[in-house]
Design a protein around this ligand. Sequence first.
Ligand code: FES
Length: 159
Amino acid sequence: MSGLEQRIHDAVHGQTQPTVTVLSSLLAVEDELGYIPKDALEFVAGFSNATVNDVWAVASFYPNFRFEPPAEHAVEVCWGASCHVVGAMGVFKSVLEAAGLEAAGDTPDMRLTVRFNTCLGACSQAPVMSLDHHLAGRVTPESAAKKVASLLEQDGNGG
Ligand code: FES
């Protein structure tokens, strides 16, 4: 078994909740690896007595699953109502500019993924963003760009 197969196996078999479904298994893999490799679709199908097509139908329905390995760093900009009304659009534009991207997605060098989030759960501190899962509140377009730049200045050892 390769290291990747082992991690998929452990993630799927390590679920402790009472109801294990195709979706819960996919979530467990995504949590462990940060994406769903093709091997995991096959593994979850075998584990759940489902076909790969059934598993794919579930996986492709959820926009938050990725099917390619993640970039080194992840930045999310909240686009929920509370953040939107206090300037999330300006923050988002500024983050894209700092990342050198035209739209949400991965940078070509795979150093950064920029995503929207519909609520980062800290509405009272709007506008909110997250950098490698650490929240930052009351950001401005200027402070957001600085945060992205300093994230990218960190040396590349997995962040
Ligand atoms: S709407 Fe942005 S954190 Fe909730």
